[in-house]
Design a protein around this ligand. Structure first.
Ligand code: LMG
Ligand code: NDP
Ligand code: PMR
Length: 399
């Protein structure tokens, strides 16, 4: 495609200094980032004011641009320049938190139509209105990731809409830290791994075809990861730690009957199940990259957007946690980011022309500049990724 990268996002995208950052990175992780020595010496500087963040975020200035919306992938304008049609992006769990903030950031560019793939139609509609996403920029489509039938139906409905697919963001998740006993998806999988990993696994496998067919210059499949699944960080060492073991529980169907409800075959622990599911998300992204990047040209990415301590993710946690967690992250770990900032970060991974490298787990440093982060040993284990892929495709009925 002879389109110039700049035609996708013509604004100044300038703050990424991956090469420079990487060369000075030290393996000492605090804020989800392997921070350089000079950053490390001043933890307070890991957090900067929202205004400053907005200024420094490479996504910020895009909002001020006047967008050009063209009906087909490229359209000649009067002055002979080619412009790009609006992209279509599916965001799962766009009814709150990070997903909603990302939808808002992308809608504000006027360059994207957002398919809000949500389990609660009314909530999603209200959420879109509440943040001021205008009608022509979004469509709500029903998706319940805790049912494989619903995933297949969603794919069907999306295809019948006739829209091309240019980006898919697997964002939705549930976290059940206080559950004493496992609960299950419609298909009988433990609910957190069933929703966060298996639902998204089926969705992204089915939609890869659609992404491949798109004529958009950059096609992306993003699966949201997290620091808490990475045991090479302090946050990833807070018990219970993620550990997939030899996948015996998953291979047994994760059903708590003839197999454990936990991937590693152990006793049920809701917080661990969530962290395990995030490891699955990060491994899946890398396995997609190895299997399909060259063949399809799709960019596969994951990210840790920062600690968005105010979202609905913590709704099942005890009230005291919900009160203390935001100030703890703001003033003690300094890993806190606002929903708006986190949404801008994920929106960058969707559109930024400097984030085209595939197979990368993105994080952001104190200046809100993105860099390629390193995953833990388990979350980058290629053999485990392959096994996870094969077991997962059996469970979701693809093999
Ligand atoms: C579990 O408990 C529950 O058991 C589980 O059900 C689930 O809810 C799960 O993640 C959710 O949590 C976690 C519990 C145990 O942690 C706490 O709840 C901590 C509360 C007590 C904290 C004490 C002091 C903190 C001071 C802050 C004061 C502000 C108050 C805000 C509190 C808000 C809550 C966050 O956790 C523990 O066992 C505590 C010990 C945790 C320390 C973990 C650090 C491990 C460090 C290991 C070093 C490894 C180095 C790696 C570095 C890599 C570098 C290359
Ligand atoms: P929220 O709870 O605010 O958002 C989660 C979204 O997922 C909601 O829209 C929710 O829908 C949706 N969802 C849950 N279950 C299903 C389902 N069965 N089918 C369809 N949608 C579902 O949490 P966050 O915004 O914080 O989380 C978004 C992502 O960010 C997750 O992948 C999480 O792991 C990741 N993340 C979050 C961090 C944080 O600090 N908050 C840090 C690192 C990563 P509904 O509105 O109907 O409940
Ligand atoms: Mg954690 C040092 C930095 C740091 C960061 C960036 C996070 C992020 N956390 C950090 C440290 C700590 N946390 C420490 C030292 C403790 C012990 C006091 C701690 C505790 C803690 C709990 C109990 N943290 C938590 C919990 C949760 O229930 C959250 C969780 O694990 O959800 C799975 C959580 C988180 N801490 C984070 C982030 C980003 C989360 C939640 C979200 C996620 O991974 O998606």
């Amino acid at each position: 495609m002879a389109l110039r990268a700049a035609s996708i996002l013509p604004s100044a995208i300038s703050v990424h200094k991956e090469g420079k950052l990487n060369s000075s990175l030290k393996e000492s992780s605090f804020n989800g980032a392997f921070v350089s020595k000079n950053v490390k010496s001043d933890f307070s500087s890991l957090v900067i004011g929202t205004k400053e963040l907005r200024r420094k975020s490479s996504f910020g200035p895009i909002r001020a641009q006047t967008a050009t919306v063209a009906p087909s992938v490229t359209d000649a304008t009067q002055d002979g320049k080619k412009t790009l049609r609006k992209g279509t992006v599916i965001i799962t769990g766009a009814s709150s938190g990070l997903g909603l903030a990302t939808a808002k950031a992308l809608a504000d560019t006027q360059k994207w139509h957002i398919i809000m793939a949500c389990r609660n139609f009314l909530k999603a509609e209200k959420a879109a209105k509440s943040v001021g996403i205008t009608k022509e920029n979004y469509t709500v489509m029903h998706l319940d990731l805790s049912s494989l039938d619903s995933v297949r139906q969603f794919v069907d409905t999306f295809r019948r809409s006739g829209r091309p697919l240019d980006a898919l963001v697997c964002n939705a998740a549930i976290y059940l830290p206080t559950a004493k006993e496992p609960t299950y998806t419609a298909d009988g999988f433990e609910l957190s791994v069933g929703t966060n990993h298996l639902g998204h696994f089926l969705l992204s496998r089915l939609l890869l075809d659609d992404l491949q067919k798109s004529d958009f210059p950059q096609k992306r499949l993003i699966i949201v990861g997290s620091i808490t699944g990475n045991t090479n960080t302090l946050a990833g060492n807070v018990p219970p730690k993620a550990n997939l073991g030899d996948l015996r529980g998953l291979a047994g169907g994760l059903n708590g009957l003839n197999s454990s409800a936990m991937i590693d075959g152990g006793e049920f622990d809701g917080a661990k199940a969530y962290k395990d599911s995030k490891v699955c998300n990060m491994l899946t992204m890398q396995e997609f990259h190895r299997r399909y990047h060259e063949e399809t040209g799709v960019t596969f990415s994951s990210l840790y957007p920062g600690c968005i301590a105010t979202t609905g993710l913590f709704r099942e946690h005890i009230p005291l946690f919900r009160i203390l967690f935001p100030p703890f992250q703001k003033y003690i770990t300094k890993g806190y980011v606002s929903e708006e900032e986190a949404g801008n970060r994920l929106a960058q991974v969707v559109t930024d022309t400097s984030l085209t490298k595939s197979g990368v787990y993105w994080s952001w440093n104190k200046n809100s500049a993105s860099f390629e982060n390193q995953l833990s040993q388990e979350a980058s284990d290629a053999e485990k990724a392959r096994k996870l892929w094969e077991v997962s495709e059996k469970l979701v009925g693809l093999a």
